[in-house]
Design a protein around this ligand. Structure first.
Ligand code: 0O2
Length: 214
């Protein structure tokens, strides 16, 4: 079963690498900063099964735990997150099972990310198998915040007063990181607009002027 999840991760990672390659060819920049993937550990699977009061069977794991195969796609800009998610979901072998948009509706601790649970076929020796994968899309700023906040979740020996301070600090940082993402996106949009105008100007120039421009 775990090998099937590993294969599904390979499939989806390749899809993102292909999208990144094609986009960089057409637009001269990479929408993806990095891709990380992970298989949920047996301990975490067990925890989730206990939490969801599931019977300890392979069938129950396969049908109820959707994030055993997890892929995190980190982008520089928020618009690229939605563009990549749309491109992935347009592919005819991908089925969307669930979408949670914590960018438009952040969690109350400030957590932001776009989560998709998708189903992807993997082709084995004689069979085709449908496998669930969780894809998390984040900006670099969202990822920075979430990694630190995740670390804090595992610290159990922090005094109550400090825990409250850290929670408030993290919430404030989440607001600042959301504002930063917005400003960086605006800057990127202005640059893209001026590039388009420059290209349009070029298209109007006679060919000999275009060649001698430099
Ligand atoms: P790990 O260690 O990353 O595997 P569900 O799967 O629907 O039963 P849940 O928590 O409602 O459970 O799903 P959700 O909200 O889509 O979150 C799934 C994953 O998103 C989490 O996996 C985290 O990786 C990440 N995540 C969600 N909320 C937060 C948050 O507030 N802070 C941080 N840092 N990460 C978050 P796991 O299984 O909790 O952990």
């Amino acid at each position: 079963l775990m090998s099937c999840y590993r294969c599904a991760i390979m499939e989806i990672e390749t899809k993102f690498r292909v999208l990144n390659e094609r986009f960089s060819l057409q637009h001269d920049r990479n929408p993806i900063d990095s891709i990380q993937s992970r298989l949920k550990s047996p301990d975490s699977i067990l925890d989730k099964m206990l939490r969801k009061k599931l019977p300890f069977t392979l069938e129950a794991i396969e049908n109820n735990i959707f994030d055993i195969a997890g892929i995190r796609v980190v982008c520089s800009f928020v618009d690229d997150i939605y563009m990549l998610a749309d491109c992935l979901l347009q592919q005819d072998d991908i089925t969307l099972i669930e979408r949670k948009d914590y960018i438009k509706n952040p969690k109350k601790n400030g957590y932001r990310s776009l989560h998709l649970i998708i189903e992807v076929p993997i082709f084995l020796q004689n069979t085709k198998k449908l496998v669930y994968v969780e894809v998390q899309f984040r900006t670099i700023a969202m990822d920075f915040w979430a990694s630190l906040e995740h670390k804090l979740q595992y610290k159990k020996n922090i005094p109550e007063s400090q825990a409250k301070f850290l929670k408030d600090e993290l919430y404030d940082c989440a607001q600042q990181s959301a504002a930063l993402d917005k400003r960086m996106q605006n800057i990127r949009n202005v640059i893209a607009e001026s590039e388009t105008k420059e290209e349009e100007k070029q298209d109007f120039l006679p060919i000999f002027l275009r060649e001698n421009k430099g």
